[in-house]
Design a protein around this ligand. Structure first.
Ligand SMILES: [Zn+2]
Length: 293
């Protein structure tokens, strides 16, 4: 799943390709992916892209034109777990991909180039919205602060963690309503850099808050810097190559050489290094411990 650094890189990549370009059409082929019906996708026809930005993990492509009544219209895309964007240099073959394959939506510019939005897997959770105001998207309206915004200070994080109380830090970092943009992968990475257990209580001593803040800033900023200038097609490989514990169960920790371990939940798994993060103690498997109670 793309998280803040990858979505930020998509913003840069798509921005350089789309801003100033005119839209021929937007086709949504996976109807369940389109979460809004008014304005219709045809309102983009003939409009020009003016801005590409993001809100947490949501991509926001803004366009302006006669069909949008000269008011900004936003194409908002949430790629979810298995969604991706593929740039196309040439016109799509008519009918190709329709009703088969993982194509969810397609945007065509007036010269025939554009991008395809695809979603792999059987569980479909990719979402596309057409709105006049990004705040009309419920997932955006409830987003917490963005960790790379200037107002996300050490004090801001301290307040968030105090309010989260006894909640486990792993879940707090991933909660989009608390902090925007961090998912399963970068929460693993941040906690590894901070040398903290994923199950540590969020309300922690000031020194620990400071350590976590620095780990969050350095991990995200490093990932953004690495992904900058990388084309969308290369981003997944780039993300994977930069990870130290996430998705590396059974492999050596790059810091201490201990074996990276994982905890399995019913719907996700996460990875950590026992020596770096839990005083050498393996964490209990949550699925198993629940069954044995
Ligand atoms: Zn380690």
């Amino acid at each position: 799943m793309p998280e803040l650094p990858e979505v930020q890189a998509l913003v840069a990549d798509l921005g350089s390709r789309l801003i100033g370009r005119r839209i021929a059409r937007v086709d949504v082929t996976a109807f369940s992916a389109l979460k809004t019906y008014d304005p219709p996708t045809t309102a983009f026809t003939g409009a020009k892209f003016t801005e590409v930005t993001r809100h947490g993990k949501f991509l926001d492509l803004m366009a302006l034109g006669a069909a949008t009544e000269d008011k900004p219209l936003h194409l908002i895309i949430h790629l979810a777990r298995a969604g991706w964007i593929r740039w196309r240099e040439n016109s799509p073959t008519p009918g190709a991909g329709r009703g088969k394959g993982p194509l969810a939506a397609r945007l065509v510019l007036d010269d025939g180039s554009g991008f395809d939005i695809t979603e792999a897997g059987t569980k479909k959770s990719l979402a596309v919205y057409v709105v006049r105001d990004p705040q009309d998207v419920p997932g955006i309206a409830r987003l917490g602060p963005d960790p790379l915004e200037p107002k996300f200070t050490l004090d801001a994080l301290a307040g968030i963690l105090k309010r989260a109380g006894r909640s486990q830090i792993k879940g707090v970092l991933r909660n989009q309503g608390t902090i925007a943009g961090i998912g399963n992968a970068y929460s693993d990475e941040i906690l590894h850099v901070a040398k903290m257990s994923p199950f540590k209580a969020a309300d922690m001593p000031p020194d620990d808050v400071s350590t976590l803040y620095d780990a969050m800033q350095s991990t995200l900023r490093d990932a953004v810097a690495r992904a900058d200038g990388v084309a969308a097609s290369e981003l997944k490989a780039e993300k994977k190559s930069g990870l130290r514990v996430h998705g590396r169960n059974g492999l050596p920790c790059p810091v201490c050489g201990d074996t990276v371990r994982q905890v399995i939940f019913s719907d996700s798994t996460f990875q950590y290094c026992p020596t770096c993060q839990t005083g050498g103690k393996p964490l209990a498997d949550r699925v198993l411990s629940r069954l044995l109670k």
